[in-house]
Write a protein that binds this ligand. Structure first.
Ligand code: GTP
Ligand code: MG
Length: 213
């Protein structure tokens, strides 16, 4: 524990060190749990590292299934944090997976869009961006959809271990600058590495904070 840990940081750390359970996979919205706890969703391009980040965040190595093959996650996977449950994490299918069969891609897009636009207990979406590539056109489409629907989101850079510190600083700045132009985006971004654990304390606090919003 560092000297400048706030009360919220401490609560977040303890919360994520406690019980985290896989609740269910929802292939359609009607399979979602009753909307009785705040939800935080992990969205982003296929292979960006959503499932890996969820695992690292909860200190579980294989809670959410990860893979080298894009398109691993195909349903909304719901995880419960805390006992009694304080919040739910939602691992979403990725978008922009070129090799996905067309009808499958369409199915995912509807599932993801309907969830993001219509879920009342969704408090914030973490929109993951690969630090090596920065914001892509397909990310901008999702950002616009979230802006239009007034769904609060925060950009999170992933795989920070894969680039030099100087390049990371550059992409962090460029990403934050772009985020500030989007009405529903949190102005600060968080750089993470699920491989090295970078940014996890900040992200845990950000998730808890969002759940209280
Ligand atoms: P879909 O479910 O297909 O949308 O993918 P996803 O976004 O859930 O990605 P996933 O977590 O499955 O990770 C994809 C690949 O990236 C895996 O091979 C991970 O090991 C790798 N990966 C994820 N995060 C990191 C990271 O922080 N650093 C490094 N070096 N590799 C990572
Ligand atoms: Mg996944």
């Amino acid at each position: 524990m560092s000297g400048d840990e706030t009360a919220l940081d401490e609560t977040a750390r303890k919360l994520f060190a406690g019980p985290v359970l896989f609740l269910k996979s929802a292939p359609e919205l009607r399979f979602l749990p009753d909307p009785d706890a705040p939800e935080i969703a992990f969205a982003g391009r296929s292979n960006v590292g959503k499932s890996s980040l969820l695992n690292r965040l909860t200190n579980r190595s294989s809670l959410a299934r990860t893979s080298n093959t894009p398109g691993r996650t195909q349903e909304l996977n719901i995880f419960e944090v805390g006992d009694p449950v304080r919040l739910r994490l939602v691992d979403m299918p990725g978008y922009g997976f070129a090799k996905a069969p067309k009808d499958m891609a369409r199915k995912w897009r509807f599932l993801v869009n309907d969830y993001l636009r219509g879920r009342q207990v969704l408090k914030r979406t973490l929109l993951l961006i690969d630090a090596r590539h920065g914001i892509k056109e397909i990310d901008r489409e999702l950002m616009k959809m979230l802006d239009d629907a007034a769904v609060s989101y925060r950009l999170v850079l992933t795989k920070a271990d894969k680039i030099k510190a100087s390049d990371l600083a550059e992409v962090e700045q460029a990403t934050a600058e772009e985020a500030r132009l989007h009405p529903a985006a949190h102005p600060e971004i968080i750089a993470t590495s699920s491989e090295k654990g970078l940014g996890m304390d900040r992200l845990r606090t950000a998730v808890l904070e969002a759940s209280l919003a």
